[in-house]
Design a protein around this ligand. Structure first.
Ligand code: 17E
Ligand code: FE2
Length: 364
């Protein structure tokens, strides 16, 4: 590979002589890891803020606990803990992070911290910020307007959490708001969508229909979509036809949702995963993400994307010889598509010369 001015200009075996040569001794050069969904304002808050996390392990309990944590945050504390999380990830090969930052806070403490960090760390890691209303656009008074303000302050992506709104109608209203705000401010969309086992939670259907009609699917991601894993097959396959048409992206957080979902099932217990295998088979873009490191939702975690991939391919049952060939894409190329950075990303001529080198050679 020949690199010039930060770009890959040549790939092959018969390369011309060049000024500086680095021999990697047969090690494996890989496209950089991408973590497309991480809550950097939450990382390490569980241990460091000395509060209790969700005892039940149920998502909604953790959301109810969060305001107690949030009250104690300062710009400095968010930056200190987020930096720990970023170091965990960057030291293990992650060079792009999309982070959901809670903006249901009229002081925007976490957002201010993250906007500063994005700028300060821009030579080390690329950070996309989602304006995420953790406590809801309507469940939290004025939540929708706080999202709009966060976009004006510099957030890159519109977030939402329709399944947490107090009634279906308000969840639907929030989906309309999300798309309208994205169009108004020319932002990407990434929604915490149907993060529940309830098969009647169908905000994904509305989000997808909306972005399909606006021709905005390739700039939209639906995160979690756990309930789609509980949906009836005839409904699911009909929906997948329309996902394909809209070009919407999906992000699954396999370790997080395996931990959080299925909690009110006795047996059989659901795995909390969306239909990763079927999305791949249907040509719908799906990527894996971490979601949490040591927060009220999830006590464990580190920045190792290979751990996410390992767990994810087990839970999604994607290990046939054909599937294994594209498994790495779930923490690299597919994630870059969600982030809309495909024009600069990847081991190809003309792309940014950022990549990782693994010690082990790959045996296929
Ligand atoms: N917030 C949320 O709504 N869902 C999650 N899985 C996390 C935060 C980690
Ligand atoms: Fe999340």
């Amino acid at each position: 590979m020949i690199v010039e001015n930060g770009k890959i200009i040549h790939i092959g075996t018969n390369l011309p002589e060049y000024d500086e040569k680095i021999d990697l001794n047969g090690k494996l050069v890989m496209a950089r890891y991408v973590d497309p969904h991480l809550h950097l304002d939450y990382v390490y808050t569980l241990s460091e803020l000395e509060q209790d996390g969700a005892v039940s392990g149920i998502l909604f309990e953790a959301i109810e606990l969060w305001p107690k944590f949030k009250k104690t945050l300062t710009v400095e504390s968010v930056k200190r803990l987020a930096l720990k999380g970023i170091k965990d990830e960057v030291s293990q090969g992650v060079q792009h992070i999309r982070t959901h930052i809670d903006v249901t806070d009229p002081k925007f403490t976490a957002l201010k911290a993250m906007l500063e960090m994005k700028e300060e760390l821009k030579d080390t890691v690329d950070i996309q910020i989602v304006a995420f209303p953790q406590e809801g656009m309507y469940m939290y008074k004025g939540g929708r307007d706080l999202v709009e303000e966060a976009l004006k302050m510099g957030a890159d992506v519109v977030g939402g959490i329709p399944h947490y709104e107090p009634a279906r109608e308000f969840g639907e209203k929030s989906v309309h708001d999300i798309v309208e705000l994205a169009l108004k401010y020319d932002k990407l969309i990434d929604v915490h969508c149907d993060e529940t086992d309830d098969p009647h939670s169908r905000f994904l259907e509305l989000l997808n229909a909306h972005v399909f009609m606006e021709d905005y699917g390739s700039r939209t991601t639906a995160s979690h979509t756990c309930s789609f894993g509980s949906a009836d097959d005839s409904y699911a396959f009909r929906m997948m036809d329309i996902f394909k048409k809209s070009k919407i992206h999906f992000i699954s957080c396999p370790t997080e949702n395996a931990y959080l979902q299925g909690r009110q099932d006795t047996y059989p217990k659901r795995r909390g995963l969306t239909r990763v295998k079927e999305f791949i088979a249907s040509g719908i873009n799906v990527a894996f993400a971490k979601d949490s490191i040591n927060d009220p939702w999830y006590p464990m975690g580190n920045g190792n994307m290979m751990n996410i991939l390992d767990n994810g391919i087990h839970l999604a049952q994607i290990m046939s010889p054909e599937e294994i060939k594209t498994n790495f894409d779930l923490i690299t190329y597919n994630d870059a598509r969600c982030l809309n950075i495909y024009d600069i990303y990847g081991l190809e001529i003309g792309k940014q010369a950022n990549f990782i080198v693994l010690n082990e050679a790959l045996c296929l």
